[in-house]
Design a protein around this ligand. Sequence first.
Ligand SMILES: [Zn+2]
Ligand SMILES: [Zn+2]
Length: 344
Amino acid sequence: MVKTMQSMWLVAPNAIESKEVPIYDLEPDEVLIKVAYCGICPWDLRAYLGKKKVPLPRILGHEIAGTVVEVGQKVRDLAIGQRVVGDFIVKCGYCDNCREDRSNLCTNPTYLPGGFAEYAKCPRKNIHLIRSQGTSMKAAAFTEPLATVYRGQCKLHLKPGETELVVGAGPIGQMHAQVARYFGAKVIVADLLQERLDLALELGADAVIRSSSGLDLAKAVKEVNQGKGADAAVVAVQSAPLVVETAKALAVGGRLNIFAGIYPVDPLIIDPNLIHYQELTILGSADSTGNEFHQALNFIETGRVKVEKLISHLLPLEKLQEGLDIVAAYQGMKVMMEVGGENQ
Ligand SMILES: [Zn+2]
Ligand SMILES: [Zn+2]
């Protein structure tokens, strides 16, 4: 008799269907994971809303932590019951980007069926072992988004004692703030919502700025930074005008990472002389490499980046559509699906 699992499928934009389907057969190099938790990512939301075209039907969800339940014949170093996270975007390994240490931008990636199901499988090379017993599965499920954050921070080349401005204090912004502090920066966090700023302070931010539509961000940064602009900044909000306001809040030689994709596309209207005379660097970063995935899990396991407090909603698998609607309405922080749970 074939064993089956519950799985949630995106069948059309805005339509999720629950299906009982056979559990995967494994290739020799693959690992079957019983999903404990799977976070909802903005990428999932864009696919759900039809803003990002993906082949349908499919099981979304790539922020997965779980336990090993079966391994392929060639996998010799993992045991049943071990706790793991998986990178569910498999890079080809041979395109120019993969060979030039930019596998995050692999041109032939495979997006595996995701974690909004009781089980998921992926190749051994994409599995990372959770080594610390003290790390919860919920926390480990942040590895993928934290890997993208870590990449973004590395690209800003922070020096100890510099100031970084983080615009947007959602789950991503909160992780940026913590990694920037780890690199020795003084961190200023800006957001519209006071409760998010309170959380940023609790998680170690040095100063916060309550944004509003008419706020002069450059002036507000100087007020909390001894008259100076920020040496580095991350915009973790989908807003082109905010990117421009943030650039104006930089000090001479400042670097700005446009971290959020902006949909629909909205051009930046910026004075080129600001970039020229202030020697600013405007850059971007997207996704992560296997190395960054590894580092992100280290950050979580050592407690250097605290993530559990970023969870606002834990929902059972069958409530995926509700979870996506919560993310779409910008209510709360990280919405996570509790599939098998912590002690599955
Ligand atoms: Zn993600
Ligand atoms: Zn590639």
